[in-house]
Ligand binder design. Structure first.
Ligand code: ATP
Length: 363
C-alpha cells in the first residue's frame, strides 16, 4: 500500500533560477496489489513523485506511508532500512557494466548482508523468474534492452519488496520488448502480490497494465481513479489522454462522439441510430481497445437526419446508457506532449506544459 497525503516538493532557487515547485500538494492512495499509473506531460513532476515514494527525495511537507510505515517520520537510517520494501526500475536500467547479470542481481543482497549461499539461491530463482535463467554470466553489453530491463527487474525484486516503482521502465525499449517487460511486470505483480506504481508518458502502457492512474499537471493531480471509472467520466482529461477523441477536422454532417463500453457497445449504438431511427450513419474515426481488461472505445460518427431526429437520437442513446455528445471542430484536447510554447511565466524559459489549457478540460 502507498499513501501520500498533501505531499509537496520544492527545489530551492539555484544559480539565478527561481525555486521549482515540482510536486504541489499531491494526495494519492494505491491499494495492496494495485497496478497504478502516473501520467502527465514532461516536467509535470512524475519522476519527482516516484522518488518521493521511497524518499530518494524528502518531501518539503506532507506524509508518505508505504506498507503501513510512515517513511516521513523516519531518520535517514530508518529510511535506508525501509527503502528495502520498495524496489525501483529505471528507464536506462542503471546496471553495473562490470558485473554479470547474476552479479547485478546479487548486488543489493550483498549490501543487505545476505549470506553467500542464500544469495546464490535467490539470484538463480530471480533470473529464472524474469526468463533469463540461461544468461547468468552475460554482461549488460551482451544483453538486449529488454533483457537488461529484465535483469533490472530481478535486481529490484531481490530484497523482496512490497512495492515496485517503475520510472519510464519501457520508454527505451522497442515495441516487442515493451510488451515482454509489461507481461513480466503483470506476472510478478500477480505471483508476488506486489503493489506497482508505474510512471510513464506512454498511454498504451497504462492501457495495457494499469488498474488505475492519476494525471499530473504542474505538480498537481488533476484527474485520476480506476480506469474503468475514468473512461466513462464525461470530460475527463485523463480519459482524453488514454483514449483520445477522434479528430473532427474535415468531417462533415452532424457529428456525434460516442464512448463505447461493454454495457453500451458500438453495435447497439449503430443499430439504434440506423435501424431504429433510420438515420444515415458513417463511422468517421475512432478505435476500440482493451483497457484494464475491459472493452472501451471512442467513435466519431457522422449522422444525417433532421435536427429533431438527431435530438431524439441523442436522447435514445443516453437512455440506453451511452456516453454521447455532439462534436465540434476544435473541441479535442491536445495530446499530452504537444505543448511546445515556452511559458512566459517560467523563470528560466523552461517549457511548462499546460494540459488544462486544452479547450475540453478548461475548468
Ligand atoms: N533536483 C532537482 N533540482 C531542481 N529542479 C528539479 C530537480 N528535479 C526535478 N526538477 C524540476 O521539477 C520539475 C518536475 O520534474 P520531473 O522530472 O519530476 O518531471 P517529469 O514529469 O518526470 O518530467 P519528464 O517526463 O520530462 O521526465 C521540473 O520543472 C524539473 O526541472
Amino acid at each position: 500500500m502507498i499513501e501520500l497525503t498533501d505531499v509537496r516538493k520544492v527545489f530551492p532557487a539555484r544559480r539565478g533560477a527561481a525555486e521549482v515547485v515540482a510536486v504541489d500538494g499531491v494526495s494519492l492512495s494505491v491499494a495492496d496489489g494495485e497496478f497504478a499509473g502516473v501520467v502527465g506531460p514532461s516536467g509535470s513532476g512524475k519522476s519527482t513523485l516516484a522518488r518521493l515514494v521511497n524518499l530518494l527525495e524528502r518531501p518539503t511537507s506532507g506524509r508518505v506511508v508505504v506498507d503501513g510505515q510512515v517513511l516521513t517520520d523516519l531518520d535517514d537510517d530508518g529510511v535506508r532500512q525501509a527503502r528495502r520494501t520498495v524496489g525501483m526500475v529505471f528507464q536506462h536500467f542503471n546496471l553495473l557494466d562490470s558485473r554479470t547479470a547474476a552479479g547485478n542481481v546479487e548486488h543489493p543482497l550483498e549490501l543487505a548482508g545476505v549470506g553467500r549461499s542464500e544469495r546464490r539461491r535467490r539470484v538463480a530463482d530471480l533470473l529464472d523468474l524474469v526468463g533469463l535463467g540461461d544468461r547468468h554470466a552475460s554482461r549488460p553489453a551482451q544483453l538486449s534492452g529488454g533483457q537488461k530491463q529484465r535483469v533490472a527487474i530481478a535486481r529490484a525484486l531481490a530484497a523482496r519488496p512490497k512495492v515496485l516503482l517503475c520510472d519510464e521502465a519501457t520508454s527505451a525499449l522497442d515495441p516487442a520488448s515493451t510488451t515482454g517487460v509489461l507481461d513480466l511486470l503483470r506476472q510478478v505483480r500477480a505471483e508476488l502480490g506486489l503493489t506497482v506504481l508505474l510512471i510513464t508518458h506512454e498511454m498504451a502502457v497504462v492501457r495495457a497494465v494499469c488498474d488505475s492512474a492519476v494525471l499530473l499537471d504542474r505538480g498537481r493531480v488533476v484527474d485520476g481513479g480506476p480506469l474503468t471509472e475514468v473512461l466513462t467520466r464525461p470530460h475527463s482529461p485523463l480519459a482524453a489522454q488514454l483514449l483520445p477523441a477522434p479528430a473532427v477536422a474535415g468531417a462533415t454532417g452532424d457529428l456525434l462522439r460516442i464512448t463505447v463500453t461493454e454495457s453500451a457497445p458500438e453495435g447497439r449504438v449503430l443499430r439504434t441510430l440506423a435501424g431504429e431511427l433510420g438515420l444515415d450513419v458513417e463511422v468517421v474515426g475512432g478505435s476500440v481497445e482493451t483497457v484494464a481488461g475491459h472493452r472501451f472505445g471512442r467513435l466519431l460518427l457522422s449522422v444525417t437526419g433532421d435536427d429533431g431526429r438527431l435530438d431524439a437520437a441523442l436522447q435514445r442513446l443516453r437512455e440506453g446508457g451511452s456516453l454521447v455528445e455532439r462534436a465540434v471542430p476544435g473541441d479535442e484536447p491536445a495530446p499530452m506532449d504537444a505543448h511546445d510554447d515556452p511559458d512566459p511565466a517560467a523563470p528560466d524559459g523552461r517549457v511548462v506544459p499546460h494540459l488544462l489549457d486544452a479547450p475540453e478540460v478548461q475548468r
